[in-house]
Design a protein around this ligand. Structure first.
Ligand code: HEC
Ligand code: HEC
Length: 641
């Protein structure tokens, strides 16, 4: 149980923060495409889809749906139960009910739409009643760079500055040193800057000091690997425990992955080793052998097609695993073609779980780049596929990964969501430049990260989300604020208090890199541990599915309110004891340390006074725990700005 805490008065949570917690959907998930879409098609499409937009309302795309009718949005984001959409479908008034003719929706249909709206009216990314005509280019392209504005010569700035000028936007303001140091540490190695480094950095007057920080962080192999491990574990659905690991239905790739990150393996080689696997990497390709009866869409070769398509090409083959996709151009036969490359045996095509009598022909998604020879043995076919995915003429692979890295650092993809690589980017030049730059730099992902971190675009203040309520009509205005991930928050507590565990779960060799045997081993990181309830609540996924974006709409604050607050409480109690044992010279010194370590700044006079009052003299563990709690609750701590 969380005991109720005195709320120190410096904890002033802005309203938006509480608001976010309240709108987090708790309603049971409704399958939008299979439950809601059929209802809209049957009862509404006649007047609100395709070329029809009665009342100015079109359900064609997520964008048009969110825009609403001539009177504005039909979903009330703050009070979904008051949405016009729900009012109209359930209305008894013949003059206002939708649909206006016929008998209208029955009670069950109304319930489904209602549950969907209360759950946030989530749209399947990329789904449209009328399929979009956009087809992204496949080949790489080296865009001509616009003139630099003043000193802003980083290629990414040349592109974004030009974009902003076209949009007549002033662009974001520059980021100060403290915010930069905190952000770049969290983004590149997932840790807070320590207090000494902060002081050194602030005192440094050299013009290249930010570049030196970026290079130093990227050179820290262990910290880099242990931070990005979470990103890759999510993307490759790798974990240390969970479904299938005990009964042999699943295999880890942790040892290989960890070493590949430490060694900064070139990305093309990395992809080839996963697509045409060895015993060390086959855990990814083999997927999960589910127990019991499974749908034809879940057999291991189909999982392979789905995983390879999604992870490396940003292609959604899940929606083309039972029928031709309704989201984009991929066909059932194409998913089976990719699956058949992997399959040991001829694969019969099933449509919606019913056999079709047709056998899949091994084939790959972009025949314009070459093909896979179906007559070759499996291992050879997989090698051919790996070569096609990493072919220099295949611009899709570098675009997909650099878009993911841009999203991680900047808070939103150039193509968004990041798995919908079939859809249009907000800047083709930026996307194409990043892809070409990666290929030109030996597929070294650290070079991409470096390029982004050194841009003024990255070194800018985050935009205020208030200016962009509609996700679907996005205009780039600078980086977006991000929430600390489950691992970052856990590591931060251990870092501040010095209470990281000594043991970890991941079967990896931490000292294989030889960064000096004499050096003190670095802190054990949350990424190396099995998931606990706290991390789960904070958004660390269970990794049975590929996850490419951690949830943004779940606030830490809410997580702490849930009944697993005990883990956090225990961790803070332990942390408080460790801090008390350090015997700071005074309560003010302890408070100042906590502020500097957690927030990279000194407390204000008012904060210091409140903290000292709370701590008492000498500070006891319980009061110190309350102080930690108060500071960790601050949005300033939890949000990377
Ligand atoms: C037969 C044609 C028709 C069908 C079918 C139909 N609508 Fe409408 N809808 C209209 C017209 C006409 C208007 C404009 C009414 C007006 O301007 O007063 C409208 C307007 C609306 C509006 C906007 C109202 C406003 O005040 O802005 C909503 C919301 C709406 N429809 C939802 C639906 C939904 C949901 C369905 C299916 C369950 C549906 N409609 C089916 C014809 C239709
Ligand atoms: C496990 C199998 C399966 C998967 C995976 C699947 N669907 Fe379906 N889908 C079905 C079945 C069964 C139907 C029923 C209609 C039919 O026979 O075509 C259907 C129908 C549809 C329809 C037509 C609804 C209508 O009545 O107009 C849409 C749209 C659709 N699916 C979208 C998707 C999308 C988007 C995805 C990926 C998120 C997806 N499906 C994944 C099985 C599946």
């Amino acid at each position: 149980m969380i005991r109720s805490r005195p709320t120190p008065h410096f904890v002033l949570l802005p309203r938006f923060f509480l608001g976010l917690a309240l709108i987090t959907p708790l309603a049971a998930a409704v399958d939008f495409v299979h439950e809601v879409v059929p209802i809209l098609k049957q009862h509404c499409a006649e007047c609100h889809a395709d070329s029809k937009q009665k009342g100015g309302l079109s359900f064609n795309t997520e964008e048009s749906f969110r825009k609403g009718s001539k009177n504005g949005p039909i979903i009330d984001a703050e009070h979904p139960e008051k949405s016009l959409l729900l009012k109209l479908i359930a209305s008894d008034d013949e003059d206002e009910r939708m649909p206006p003719k016929g008998k209208g929706l029955d009670a069950k249909e109304i319930e489904i739409v209602r549950a969907w709206v209360l759950g946030g009216a989530k749209w399947e990314p990329g789904f449209a009643f009328k399929k979009p005509a956009y087809e992204p280019p496949l080949r790489p392209r080296d865009p001509a760079l616009p003139m630099a504005v003043g000193e802003r010569s980083n290629p990414l700035d040349r592109i974004t500055d030009h974009y902003l000028a076209e949009k007549k936007s002033p662009g974001p303001a520059p980021l100060d040193d403290v915010a930069f140091l905190r952000r770049v540490h969290l983004d590149l190695v997932g840790l807070l800057p320590d207090v000494e480094e902060l002081h050194r950095f602030l005192a440094d007057a050299a013009a290249d000091k930010r570049a030196r920080v970026v290079d130093g962080l990227l050179a820290n192999k262990t910290a880099y690997a242990e931070h990005w491990l979470s990103f890759w574990n999510d993307l490759l659905r790798n974990d240390y425990a969970g479904t299938g690991y005990i009964d042999g239905g699943r295999k880890q790739i942790s040892g290989w992955l960890y070493q590949a990150l430490r060694d900064n393996m070139p990305y093309d080689q990395f992809v080839r080793e996963l697509v045409a696997p060895s015993p060390a990497t086959e855990g990814f390709a083999n997927g999960i052998k589910w127990r019991g009866s499974i749908s034809a869409a879940q057999i291991p070769p189909m999982q392979y097609a789905q995983s390879v398509g999604q992870a490396f090409l940003g292609i959604n083959l899940k929606c083309a695993s039972c029928h031709d996709s309704f989201v984009d151009r991929w066909k059932l036969s194409e998913s089976y073609g990719l699956a058949a490359i992997f399959s040991d045996v001829p694969l019969e095509i099933f449509r919606c779980d019913k056999p079709t009598g047709k056998t899949a022909v091994p084939g790959w998604l972009f025949p314009e780049l070459g093909s896979v020879d179906a007559s070759l043995p499996r291992a050879e076919r997989l090698k051919q596929l790996a070569a096609l995915i990493t072919d220099p003429q295949n611009g899709r692979t570098p675009r997909t990964i650099t878009n993911r890295l841009w999203q991680r650092l900047m808070g939103r993809g150039i193509v968004h969501p990041v798995d919908a690589m079939q859809s249009a980017p907000w800047s083709e030049d930026l996307l194409d430049y990043l892809g070409t730059h990666l290929a030109a730099n030996h597929h070294d992902l650290k070079q991409t990260l470096r390029l982004i971190c050194l841009s003024q675009a990255y070194q800018s203040k985050t935009e205020s989300l208030a200016g962009q309520p509609q996700e679907s009509s996005y205009v780039y205005q600078g980086p977006r604020p991000k929430r600390l991930t489950a691992e970052e928050l856990t590591d931060a507590i251990w870092q501040i208090c010095g209470t990281a565990p000594a043991k970890f779960d991941a079967p990896v060799s931490r000292d294989a890199g030889g960064e000096g045997a004499a050096a003190k081993p670095p802190m054990v990181r949350a990424a190396l541990l099995q998931c606990d309830l706290l991390m789960r609540t904070l958004g660390r996924p269970n990794r049975e599915q590929i996850v490419t974006t951690r949830p943004l709409d779940l606030t830490t604050l809410e997580a702490m309110d849930l009944n697993n607050g005990a883990i956090l409480d225990g961790r803070l109690a332990e942390g408080a004891q460790a801090l008390v044992a350090r015997k700071f010279a005074s309560p003010a010194a302890l408070a100042t340390y906590v502020w500097q370590a957690a927030l990279s700044r000194d407390p204000t006079a008012e904060e210091l006074q409140a903290a000292v009052g709370l701590l008492g003299e000498p500070p006891q563990a319980a009061a110190t725990q309350d102080l930690l709690w108060g500071v960790l609750m601050l949005p300033e701590f939890q949000i990377i700005r």
